[in-house]
Ligand binder design. Structure first.
Ligand code: GUN
Ligand code: ZN
Length: 435
């Protein structure tokens, strides 16, 4: 057994829905881990009698939280992060498609997959729902690297049988065969899961969306991920391509793609009744503030989505998103809220990044907080990572305000260590933490 002594903060429930008991904080806490799972989490004084032969890691002064969950990110877009000047459809044409074309090469895919996963870990992200390129080999490469790290990761190859350049399209038959093989090879292996991944409605024919729906019906525990209602021009083009659909969400719904384990990125322009439909069928939304600001897509109505009972998780959406850091992404989510007149509560923010994300992915039985029985995916945060953060937090008394400052000022520099299933997979070189 391994034991970690530090301050511990995690969410037991959605703090906006529960009056009391959603936030668990142990100033002098102890986390007990055995065989990759949490076996105890609470006050050091209460749990220390159970230490026995456990190896004790004294991380006093640091903060342990659950690992962060990124519910939307593109692995083949690492190299076009921060590409200047365009909104969604032009950005896809000019920057994204050329970069993704390179992922037909297994060596490039494998090299990038290793970098990508290490970057997630460096930022404290322990689970992600990931878009691959259209090429099966890109997803094989990503799964192989994630399996080596024993990471809980869900991914899929992009479906795109139209409106994409040559070399970046598939067909109904080729994509069906690729997905069946990827599911057989990877879904449920270690901590991996497969997601059927229609890129967005514009890039998929009716026949391909119908095939995706049939495949999901045959594999009910497989995930579905796509983009929805991100950009005004995209919405208009979708309406033109699918004249029979009631609205953008209905395009996916009519093909059986709106269900439990369906995650829709963005939903910036969705309104009340559509959120209600999305929630009623068990779908979830990935809120990607850095991307929505960077591409000028708009301001996601978080409060409205939540008020309709929609499950929401945080997404970085790299490479339209501008940071791998979920902490930084929470700071940007706050700013989006400010522009809408809604100030995001710091505990709600941490919920969205952890248990909320786990619920969005239907994985809350396994990850999302540090309750006994959960997989021991956690991070050790250095609250004095920068001189400014150290100074600001020393001046801040309440936990709520400390957490808020951490999301506004913090990023990868704050992450001292990252653990996957109880195994340390990242340690910051200059970590101040004693061993
Ligand atoms: N819509 C379709 N493809 C993409 C993509 O790669 N990124 C974003 N942000 N939106 C999309
Ligand atoms: Zn995206």
């Amino acid at each position: 057994m391994q034991a970690y002594r530090a301050s511990i903060l995690h969410l037991l429930d959605d703090p906006t829905k529960t009056e009391e008991g959603a936030v668990a904080f142990h100033k002098d806490g102890l986390l007990l881990v055995e065989d990759g799972r949490v076996v105890g989490c609470g006050e050091y004084a209460e749990l220390s009698p159970w230490l026995g032969q456990a190896e004790l890691h004294d991380l006093t002064g640091h903060l342990i939280t659950p690992g962060f969950i990124d519910t939307h990110i593109h692995f083949p877009q690492v190299d076009i992060i921060a590409a200047h000047g365009k909104q969604l459809l032009d950005w896809l044409e000019q920057h994204t498609f050329p970069a993704e074309a390179a992922f037909a090469d297994p060596k490039h895919a494998a090299d990038t997959a290793a970098f990508f996963l290490d970057e997630l870990l460096r930022n404290g992200t322990t689970t992600a729902l990931v878009f691959g390129s259209v090429h099966k080999v890109s997803v094989d490469a990503l799964f192989a690297e994630a399996f080596d790290r024993d990471m809980r990761l869900i991914a899929g190859k992009s479906l795109m049988d139209r409106n994409a350049p040559e070399g970046l399209t598939d067909t109904v038959e080729s994509s069906r065969a690729d997905m069946e093989q990827l599911i057989a090879d990877w879904h449920g292996k270690g901590r991996l899961g497969y997601a059927v991944t229609p890129r967005f409605a514009i890039s998929c024919s009716d026949a391909q969306l119908a095939m995706a729906g049939e495949l999901l019906a045959r594999h009910p525990d497989v995930w579905m991920q796509t983009h929805l209602s991100e950009n005004v021009h995209e919405i208009k083009e979708t309406a033109r391509l699918f004249p029979k659909a009631k609205d953008y969400l209905d395009v996916y719904d009519r093909f059986g793609l709106l269900r439990q384990r369906s995650v829709f990125a963005h939903c910036v322009h969705l309104k009340g009744e559509a959120f209600q439909r999305l929630a009623a069928k068990g779908g979830a939304v990935a809120f990607c503030p850095t991307s929505n600001l960077f591409l000028g897509s708009g301001l996601f109505p978080l409060e409205e989505a939540c008020s309709h009972g929609v499950k929401v998780g945080m997404g970085t959406d790299v490479g339209a998103g501008t940071s791998f850091s979920i902490l930084h992404t929470l700071g940007e989510a706050y700013k989006v809220g400010q522009l809408r007149g809604d100030a995001l509560d710091p505990f709600h923010a941490l919920y969205l990044a952890t248990l909320g994300g786990a619920r969005a992915l239907d994985l809350d039985g396994m990850i999302g907080n540090l309750e006994p029985g959960k997989e021991a995916d956690f991070v050790v945060l250095d609250l004095a990572a920068t001189p400014l953060l150290a100074r600001r937090l020393a001046e801040t008394k309440s936990l709520e305000n400390k957490l808020f400052a951490l999301t506004v000022l913090g990023d990868d520099r704050v992450v001292a260590r990252t653990y996957l299933a109880g195994v340390e997979r990242y340690r910051r070189d200059s970590a101040q933490a004693p061993t």
